[in-house]
Design a protein around this ligand. Structure first.
Ligand code: DSN
Length: 430
């Protein structure tokens, strides 16, 4: 066969070269993932199902375009349409959150956080964030993360007894450490964070305040969770958790930091922005303005409260005793199972969640004593409080009956029935 003919075979621009035909291996993996997302109850607090409109924008030909720079000031020609898209994303996010300035280019929440650090910190500066094992995030100063390598990192903890943040303890730590930047926000904290108190403490020690609202952004957008925006110099977020947009990040900041933040994102950390993702962010921000989204966020909260309540009735210990937001953190020590074992057991039965450290966890991070459960994804499927009661009972039956194959088979069957009753995407996704 001639070389030209061989080359012709891998020409993806040919009309008939759909994913199924051109690359069945990838197509099959995507199909299997569609099925997994349909056939399992997803309780990972940071995951969700995006809309068809978000998927469509994300899968669009905007992926072909280079657009280094910002709308109206690009380093490439032909940016007139992607400029429209980025402007829409910026202005919609600014209106949604009441922010003075928005940068929608960060590829991820971790990049958004890093860009804020680059904008206002020098290597060796002191930062103060929430302890990772107490609910904080890797990028808030963990030694394993660049934040922990380039800055002097200090942490505050939750109160060991109550599981709540103790703002007097945060104040004392800030006064001792005198950080340049205080970071509020968490990955596994089920209670409302007092952003005004953080701002007060930051003011007292002359620190800047960054709030990472990734987990709660959807509820903040809907006005159902206190907003950090008026209190913080910088608010970072992902766009794919409760906000239900594409996988990505963003930064909201005061006008006086706009230039420094924009320069930190590009050319500081990133090159070309992902314009297809920015288009999908614009779509998600539009969705977040609607009544449906408001109702959706309200139901996330009701579902989390119902899940917490029913688990408590089944003698589960909840860190902090309950929840104010979309997530519940279970301390499994009274149940004779580790976080890792619970994660594996539940996933085998069709319930996907993640092991999670509890405050002062005696187990290491790969084992843990806890499991984190969140309601954004199941709420997107249309589940309500009644289903949360059922899910709590299923989790309990699985853990109580972990050595009883008959009990486990029954849980598996019920999970399957529940998933069938709440379909995710109605049409073929590949
Ligand atoms: N990894 C995310 C979470 O699950 O909370 C945070 O980035």
């Amino acid at each position: 066969m001639h070389v030209e003919e061989k080359r012709g075979k891998s020409d993806c621009t040919k009309e008939n070269r759909t994913l199924n035909i051109f690359d069945p291996q990838v197509a099959r993996a995507v199909e299997a993932e569609v099925k997994r997302q349909q056939d399992k109850i997803i309780l990972i607090a940071s995951e969700n199902y995006v809309s068809q409109a978000v998927l469509q924008a994300q899968g669009s030909i905007l992926t072909n375009k280079y657009a280094e720079g910002y709308p109206g000031a690009r380093f490439y020609g032909g940016c007139e349409y992607v400029d429209v898209v980025e402007e829409l994303a910026r202005t919609r996010a600014a209106a949604l959150f009441g922010a003075e300035h928005v940068n929608v280019q960060p590829h991820a929440g971790a990049v958004a956080n890093l860009a804020v650090y680059l904008a206002v910190l020098n290597p060796g500066d002191r930062i103060l964030g929430m302890e990772l094992d107490h609910g904080g995030h890797l990028t808030h100063g963990s030694p394993a993360n660049i934040s922990g390598k380039y800055f002097q990192c200090f942490s505050y903890k939750v109160d060991a007894q109550s599981g709540y943040l103790d703002m007097e303890e945060v104040r004392r730590t800030a006064q001792r450490v005198l950080p340049r930047l205080i970071i509020a926000g968490a990955s596994a904290y089920p209670r409302t964070i007092d952003f005004a108190a953080f701002a007060q403490i930051a003011g007292e020690v002359d620190a800047l305040l960054m709030v990472d609202m990734a987990h709660i952004a959807g509820m903040v957008a809907a006005g159902l969770h206190p907003t950090p925006v008026p209190h913080a110099h910088f608010v970072t977020s992902t766009t794919h958790k409760t906000l239900r947009g594409p996988r990505g990040g963003m930064i909201l900041c005061r006008k006086r930091f706009a230039r420094a933040v924009d320069k930190a994102v590009f050319p500081g950390i990133q090159g070309g922005p992902l314009m297809h993702i920015i288009a999908a962010k614009a779509v998600a921000f539009k969705e977040a303005q609607g009544e449906d989204f408001y109702r959706y966020q309200g139901q996330i909260l009701k579902n989390a409260r119902a899940l917490a309540q029913h688990l408590k009735e089944l003698n589960f210990n909840l860190v902090s005793g309950g929840t104010d937001n979309h997530l519940v953190l279970l301390d499994l020590r009274n149940k004779g199972i580790t976080g890792r074992e619970a994660e594996l057991l539940l996933d085998e039965l069709g319930i996907t969640a993640n092991k999670n450290a509890i405050p002062d966890d005696p187990q290491n991070r790969l084992v843990t004593s806890g499991i984190r459960l969140g309601t954004p994804a199941v709420t997107s499927r249309g589940m309500h409080e009644a289903e949360m009661k059922q899910i709590a009972a299923l989790i309990n039956s699985a853990i109580e009956g972990k050595d009883d194959p008959v009990a486990l088979a029954r849980v598996k069957r019920e999970v399957k029935n529940l998933c069938t009753a709440f379909p995710v995407y109605q049409q073929n996704m590949v």
